[in-house]
Design a protein around this ligand. Sequence first.
Ligand code: AHR
Length: 492
Amino acid sequence: MKTAYLKYDPDKTLSHISPEIYGHFSEHLGRCIYNGIYVGKDSDISNINGIRKDAVNALKEIGIPVLRWPGGCFADEYHWHDGVGSERKPILNSNWGRVSEDNSFGTHEFFELCELLGCKAYIAGNMGSGSVKELSEWIQYITAPADTPLGSERKANGHEDPWTLEYLGIGNENWGGGGNMRPEAYADLYRQYQTFAKNYNNYDMVKVACGPNSDDYHWTEGIMQSLKPWHTGAISLHYYTIPTGEWSHKGDAVDFSEYEYYSTIAASLYMDELINRHGTIMDKYDDERKIKLIIDEWGCWYDVEKGTEPGFLYQQNTMRDAIVAAINLNIFNNHSDRVIMANLAQTMNVLQAVLLSDGESLVKTPTWQVFRLFLPHHGAELVRTSCAVPFITNDDIEIPQISCSMSKKNDELFLTLSNISLDEPCSMLIDSEKSGISFASAQIITADVHSFNDFGKEENVCIHDYSGFNITDGKLTLELPPCSVVSVKICG
Ligand code: AHR
């Protein structure tokens, strides 16, 4: 069996792991909001003002810290005023399935959802087809006191107190579907929009500018030249893992070859390079690193499940997705000096969802299990580690076998690892630079890589306690089975 080594200094913490790294993204797309999180007040499915109770509970179990809404592409065609009050204006969702929506889920319902979840709100404002006035008035409606014109409209619509809006995105993918802009043009327009995006609820709202698509370094360079920390708190990066690398044929969610598995993993690991290279450009223009990075869309994107509406982006979620989630979350932890938020696309029934529903049935996917396993990292401090790990090869792909990150909270150390190999176990030797390790406990998620959790059946992929380790002379030796995600709590 191959051996990997990890050495850590429990007294050297590097950066704060913002809980928002474990954030989520919910768009008006397919069955994410309507017939997903929101079933309507008259539904037979147990709900609170139309919001599915079991979904709320499942999201609370993974400590959902922030929710981005209403899109995505949808955001740049969303007119908020159509979605408040007793007379809602139906709309056509031109991006996703060209379906009609009755607008019954709007601003009030979104903030009620955030309140039920106990999470922060991240609104993506319409820049692509809206106006400066429309966005400025939306923020006013949300945050101004009830004795102001828009505050009193909010009060008349049933909510007297202003809400807290922590994050505001200005536009979405404005290099593409959000207006096909050049970075210079976007940056100028962004500066204008953000000037009038005033928050009246005394909160230090983070304004988020549209950052690059994947490896579009030209975009990052173009916007960073003009955006200053007093305009923007963060820029966003969108990057999806596509097994084949081709949008026209992305690969199946469940039926995939060994090579396709490894190409998915290699594509996920690429996130690290993206953060490093965009980060280098950001440092050139902002050496104090005041402008942060948000990965506000990430996850696996496969071919849509056969027999489902192509515009709804419904896909199954297997143990492969669990490994991808672990890799990405470890990368984000390790970059927590720069990455302050990441939002998985998307929460329910769309792309790499944590929840899937079929009528009354709700499934917690393998990705949900990883979010549950990583919970102790939320708000912890990243610990300095040095690792030496073996590499694995498959055809033309060569990748490290192990992904990991370590954090510390209340004197307890927490380590998350993934053995990416499909057939080779790995022995991990863990050693502290200070006092020896005195106690450890571990949990594991492991299953055949094609396994998924199905409706009405027992969970195939879930968290178990794990005893495959020993402590000798203050050193911990942990056996990592192939295709596994493991967490370890360590004292010492
Ligand atoms: O998440 C699906 C879509 O992917 C979003 O609407 C868009 O922002 C991205 O291209």
